[in-house]
Design a protein around this ligand. Structure first.
Ligand code: ZN
Length: 149
């Protein structure tokens, strides 16, 4: 029995989902499916140029798991390019998140994409939010307190 897969954090949704070689009818093409976490692994490692440890943290997975996902991704892209296959970016075991910064302590933290207050000034990390509960009123922090950025 396979263990249930842990959800990986993904911060990026690609603008293009399917890539195919020019001049080859779609029905003649073998298609490789690259999961969103595999694409995220390549993006973090090679475009954001992060160390593997940091990539793993960003995706909320262990370093060996990150290494494995990255290698799978490289292999799929290599096969696509060398064998002239189509590539579809789709699916996976992931959760779309966005990185926010706490307005009180400046700690960065992850939120599910599209959730949370619209104004970044009001956003508190789970730690600060808990510290202000219970009983104590949540103090609104003005722009003058805390540093910009
Ligand atoms: Zn905080």
């Amino acid at each position: 029995m396979a263990r249930p897969k842990k959800v990986r954090f993904v911060e990026f949704v690609p603008p293009v989902q399917v890539f195919k070689p020019v001049g080859v009818p779609r029905y003649d093409l073998e298609e490789i499916v690259l999961s969103l976490e595999e694409l995220e692994a390549i993006r973090l490692r090679n475009l954001e140029d992060l160390e593997q440890e940091e990539c793993a943290q960003r995706m909320s997975i262990s370093r060996p798991t990150f290494q494995r996902i990255l290698n799978q991704a490289y292999e799929k892209v290599a096969r696509m390019l060398t064998e002239g296959l189509a590539l579809r970016v789709e699916g996976g075991t992931y959760k779309l998140i966005e990185r926010r910064r706490c307005s009180a302590c400046q700690q960065k933290f992850a939120l599910p994409l599209g959730s949370g207050p619209e104004t970044k000034e009001d956003l508190l990390c789970p730690k600060c939010y808990d510290a202000l509960r219970p009983g104590r009123r949540r103090r609104r922090r003005g722009r003058h307190s805390g540093r910009e950025r």
